[in-house]
Design a protein around this ligand. Structure first.
Ligand SMILES: CC(C)(COP(=O)(O)OP(=O)(O)OC[C@H]1O[C@@H](n2cnc3c(N)ncnc32)[C@H](O)[C@@H]1OP(=O)(O)O)[C@@H](O)C(=O)NCCC(=O)NCCS
Length: 178
């Protein structure tokens, strides 16, 4: 078993932010296909997207990373508060990636649990994520943690789970989005 440490990324960590952005591109390449995934966003846009989640003036979000004992980042997840069409707000897992060499070691489990704890602390009563219907690994991961598919919009699916907020709820919304 390898030693790992979970922590929040800060806005000053330029190199780590670039690494997370590059892995966002790898995620797209793995999920939608190499050519399409690589062409979807410029690296500059992806770096800005990480900054978007770390800048309280632009969003309420966080980036969790799991590192090994030499501080190499093995995996990350990006979570933010997201408005819902129904007028409420939920916690959205925007993206998650674990380095292929570090998979099946429980790192995504750790990231998901940390993200949910943060979502609860925002006073939110539900967490969601989106992926493609073919992304069996990610769907299994979320189903293991109690999520269910509440919407199918081919090729995408939406996974949802109710949570118990640890601070007073910011909205009464806790029913599955239609
Ligand atoms: C999906 C992903 C994040 C899983 O990361 P991981 O650290 O290997 O996952 P864990 O070891 O924490 O596994 C947790 C659970 O996820 C599921 N899972 C993970 N990998 C799986 C696989 N290859 N096949 C089936 N289930 C899998 C299982 O339920 C597993 O629990 P178990 O080990 O008790 O069976 C990783 O494979 C990845 O980065 N994939 C590419 C990026 C991606 O698809 N991101 C989402 C974009 S929307």
């Amino acid at each position: 078993m390898i030693q790992t440490r979970l922590r929040l990324l800060s806005r000053e960590e330029t190199e780590a932010i670039s690494l997370v952005a590059a892995r966002m591109r790898l995620t797209l390449m793995e999920v939608v296909g190499e050519e399409e995934g690589a062409a979807m966003y410029s690296l500059e846009w992806l770096v800005d997207r990480v900054h978007f989640h770390l800048d309280p003036a632009r969003s309420t979000g966080v980036v969790f990373v799991v590192e090994n004992d030499t501080s190499a980042i093995l995996g990350h997840t990006i979570v933010r508060v997201e408005p819902e069409g129904t007028g409420g707000r939920v916690g959205l897992f925007s993206t998650t990636y674990v380095d292929p060499a570090a998979r099946r070691l429980g790192i995504a489990d750790q990231l998901l649990e940390a993200g949910e704890q943060w979502i609860r602390a925002q006073g939110l009563a539900a967490a969601i994520t989106h992926t493609t219907a073919k992304n069996e690994k990610l769907i299994r991961l979320y189903q293991k943690h109690g999520y269910r598919i509440v919407e199918e919009a081919p090729p995408f699916v939406r996974l949802w789970r109710p949570l118990t907020p640890t601070t007073p709820p910011t909205s009464p919304h806790c029913s599955p989005p239609s």
